[in-house]
Design a protein around this ligand. Sequence first.
Ligand code: B12
Length: 425
Amino acid sequence: MITLVIVSALLLTLAAGKPCASDHEALLFSFNKQLLQSVDTQETLPNPSVHIALRLSTHHNLAKESEHLNRIKAEFHDGIEKSLRNNELVVGHLALYILALKSSCHDLESVHLTHNEMKESLLIHLKKEMEEEKQNIAFSHRPKTNYYQYSLGILALCVSGVRVSTHVSQKLIHAVEHRQLKHGESLCVDSHAVAGMALQCLKDEGIAVKDNAELDRALATIKQRLLDSKRDDGHMENEFSTGLAVQALIAMGSQMEECGSAMEALRADLKKGTYHNPMAISQVLPALHQRTYLHLKSQECRNENDTLTLDADSPAEVLLSHRQVSLQVEVIRSSGASSVFSIHVPRGSSLFEALNLLQDKQTGFTFNTEDSLWGAFLSVVNEERARQTDRRYWHISSDGTSLTQGIKDYKIDLAQKITIKNTGY
Ligand code: B12
C-alpha cells in the first residue's frame, strides 16, 4: 500500500515536473484546425505569421498550406512592394515573409523584390533595411519601425544563416539594457520575447557580436523580465503576450517549471475560447507545440503528418442580444480638448460595431481604420489622424483600463465608458 502511494506520488511529481508537455492533444488539434480554417477564406489577406504557426505544428494539411504560401508569394509580396514604392520600411513584414518561406523549405534565393527598377533578394533587402534602422537608432535613439520588428529582422537573418552585422546586434543589446523595448508606456513583453529569440539565435549560431559577455547579460535580463511579468494566473503580461513569452523561454533553454504555469494559462484560454483572431492564434500555437521560431533553422519538410482536415460545417452565426447596453465614448484630441458621445448598443457588439452605430447617428463622431496583420487599427478619429510617423496613436481604454484587444475583437457586454486618446509613444 505504502509502495503504491509512493509510486503514485512519484508519477504525480514527474507529471508536475513536465508541465510544458502537451497532454491536451485533442484541444490542440482543434485549435490547429481553427487556424487552418482562417486561411481557407479569401476574405482576409494571407498572413505569414499564420503560415509559420501552421508549419510549426505537428499535423498538416499540405495542400491548404501550399495554397496559402502561394497567396503570400503573390498578394503579401505585392503589399511589400507597394509599401516600398511609398518609401515605407517593411522590416517586420519582410522578416515574417522570410520566416514563412523558410517554414515551407522554400528556396529564398528564388524570390526577389522589385524596387526602383532593381531586383533584389529578400535577404539582401532586409540587410539593407536593418542598416537603415541601425542609423535611425543612432540618430534618434529608436528604429523607425519599432524594436519588435527590429528583433524580427535579426531573427529572420539569423535563422536563414546570414551574418548579422555586429553594429546591428549591438543596438538591440543596448536597447535591452536601457529598457527601451516598450509598448506605449510600459515594458513590452512581446518585444522582449522576440528579442530573446533573436539574440539566442546569434549565440547558438556563433554569429560574432561586439561583446559576448554583454550578449549573455542581455539574454539573462530578457529572461528575468519575462519571468517577472508572470501574473498570479500564470499569464505573462497578458493573454496575447504569453504565447511569445513561452516560446522565448523555451528557446532560451528554460527549465520546464519556469513556463509550466504559463502553459497552463494558455490551455485554460484555449478551453475558454479566448483566441479568435488568427494573428493571436498564430502567436500561441507554436508554444503549445513546444516549438519556437528557432526550429525554422532546421526545418526539413519531410515525412509530415498530412491528416489535418477542415470541418464542413460553417462557423456558427453570432446572434446579438436584444438587450441594449449604454456606452459613453470620450475622445481626447492631441490638443487635450475632449468630447463625450453617448449611445445604446446591442449587448455583445464589438467596439467596431458600436463605433459604426455612433458614426451613423451623425452626432459628430467619425472614425477610420487601417488594415494590419492584427486587423483594424484605429487611425483617424473626428478627422484627426494619430500618425505613427509622428509616434502617436489612438490609445483605447475602458473605464480607465487599457484595452488588450483591438476594436474588432473587443466586445461590449456591460455599460462602460470608452476613452480614445491621441497619445504619444
Ligand atoms: C509596436 C506595437 C504597437 C505600437 C504600433 C506602432 C509602431 N510603429 O510601433 C502602438 C504603441 C501604436 C500600439 C498600439 C496598440 N496596441 Co499594440 N503592439 C505592438 C507590438 C509590440 C508589435 C506590432 C508590430 O510591429 N508587428 C509587426 C508587423 C510585422 O506586423 P503588423 O501587424 O503589420 O504591425 C502593425 C500592427 O500590429 C499595428 N498594431 C499595433 N498594435 C496593434 C493592436 C491592434 C489591436 C491592431 C489591430 C493593430 C496593432 O501596428 C504595427 C505597426 O504598424 C504588438 C506585439 C505582438 N505580439 O504582435 C502589440 C500588440 C499587437 N498591441 C496590442 C494592443 C492591445 C494595442 C492597443 C489596442 C493598446 C490600446 N489599449 O490602445 C493599441 C492599438 C489601438 C488602435 N489605435 O487601434 C496587442 C493586441 C492584442 C489583440 N488581441 O488584439 C499586442 C499583441 C500586444 C499585447 N500582447 O497586448 N501597438
